[in-house]
Design a binder for this molecule. Structure first.
Ligand SMILES: NC(=O)C1=CN([C@@H]2O[C@H](COP(=O)(O)OP(=O)(O)OC[C@H]3O[C@@H](n4cnc5c(N)ncnc54)[C@H](O)[C@@H]3O)[C@@H](O)[C@H]2O)C=CC1
Ligand SMILES: CC(=O)C(=O)O
Ligand SMILES: [Mg+2]
Length: 371
């Protein structure tokens, strides 16, 4: 199989979907990998590093996309890439389609076979989302700490305070992978941290692992309202897999927050879990709502590409190899969790909440695979 790896084009996105170690695995199995010139530079991998393990370096994105049987990417295609989508192409990348009608329409109209990292499951886990949720979670606490500083528009409070002063109050809504990682870093900086989650079993796990250092509260509207009102920093990290995020923090709640308080909406790639959230870029990451600061960057891990590329490709490589070795249909047929990754195929939408979000007819993956 020919596998294409284009340079990422989203604002300040420096990750790449395959490292030289990955190319070497494909090459050893008799596949050919096309790397767009310069694609790995932001993550510390030169064209020569890729050439040395058998990759062909290709100058243009058009050539990578048109020659490849499968394109492996990091972020969803954006408008300038839509014309490269086609029938018969397998696209393996983050897609977040429930929050992105334009990309869904483009994939459906082109007939592309699109497998989304974020909806692949392994039991209850999301193995291809988890590494980036770890990164985004840890980053969110760092970013929150910086945004709390007064010259950055924040209230001027140090996360851990100093002896004799109160620490910052950090409220994390959604205690999954991103939320727990956010809480750990915030607690490590000395903040007063509370995680709110709807899954009580998950709160028990967090309480046990962190010996009560991270407080836990069950999610409901009243609790969220009172915690948000008292918070200096709110981190939003809820997920209903594949679906648009629920708006758990309302504009009314934000209006009652402390002046210059900070809200980091990690869930923005699924549309965001705060009312008023809209996707921003690393170039212009924040905006104000009422008297608070929102940070809503949809590709947070792109800011730390050396870490993120390594963590992402560690997880994606075995799946990409299975597609190359066995073909996408056999690879999905043999692993129901992998099959959950299929979002579109030949003009059909095969992920229920994506179909519902955009008014498409839903076709179960099983129907597509049995044909
Ligand atoms: N902005 C960015 O750059 C990045 C964003 N993300 C996003 O972060 C979000 C979280 O991802 P993960 O932590 O991996 O998901 P996860 O599935 O591990 O955790 C989500 C948590 O939300 C909880 N939840 C669901 N409904 C809730 C409610 N009503 N109230 C409170 N909690 C609720 C679930 O019980 C679960 O514990 C996803 O939208 C993901 O796409 C992930 C990586 C990077
Ligand atoms: C998960 C995701 O969208 C990202 O890492 O950019
Ligand atoms: Mg997006």
């Amino acid at each position: 199989m020919i596998i294409g790896v284009p340079t990422e084009v989203k604002n300040n996105e420096f990750r790449v979907a395959m490292t030289p170690a990955g190319v070497s695995e494909f090459d050893n199995r008799g596949h050919k990998v096309l790397i767009q010139a310069g694609a790995g530079v932001g993550s510390g991998h030169t064209d020569d590093d890729y050439r040395a393990v058998g990759a062909e370096i290709v100058e243009s994105a058009d050539e990578v996309w048109s020659r490849a049987d499968m394109v492996v990417k990091v972020k969803e295609p954006i408008a300038e890439e839509f014309h490269r989508l086609r029938d018969g192409l397998v696209l393996f990348t983050y897609l977040h389609l429930a929050a992105d009608k334009a990309c869904t329409d483009a994939l459906v109209n082109a007939g592309t076979t699109a497998i989304a990292y974020e909806t692949v499951t392994n039991g209850r886990a999301l193995p291809l989302l988890a590494p980036m949720s770890e990164v985004a979670g840890r980053l969110s606490a760092q970013i929150g700490a910086v945004q709390l500083q007064q010259p950055n528009g924040g209230p001027g409070i140090l996360m851990g305070g100093v002896p004799g002063t109160r620490p910052a109050k950090v409220v994390v809504i959604g205690g999954g992978v991103a939320g727990e990682n956010a809480a750990v870093v915030a607690a490590g900086m000395g903040a007063d941290v509370t995680i709110i989650d709807i899954n009580i079993a998950r709160l028990k796990e967090i309480d046990t692992v962190h010996h009560g250092r991270i407080k836990t509260l069950a999610s409901n509207k009243l609790t969220i309202a009172s915690e948000v009102a008292a918070a200096d920093l709110v981190i939003g990290s809820v997920l209903i897999p594949g679906a648009a995020a629920p708006k758990l923090v309302t504009l009314d709640m934000v209006e009652k927050m402390k002046p210059n308080s900070v809200l980091v909406d990690i869930a923005i790639d699924q549309g965001g879990c705060f009312e008023g959230s809209k996707a921003t870029t690393h170039a212009e990451p924040t905006f104000r709502v009422h008297d608070s600061v929102y940070y809503c960057v949809a590709n947070m891990p792109g800011a730390v590409p050396q870490t993120s590329t390594a963590a992402l490709t560690n997880a994606t490589l075995p799946y990409a190899l299975r597609i190359a070795d066995r073909g996408w249909e056999e690879a999905l047929k043999s692993d129901a969790g992998f099959a959950n990754g299929l979002n579109t195929h030949k003009g059909k939408v095969t992920f229920k909440s994506v179909a519902e979000a955009h008014g498409y007819e839903f076709t179960p993956v099983s129907e597509v695979l049995s044909n």
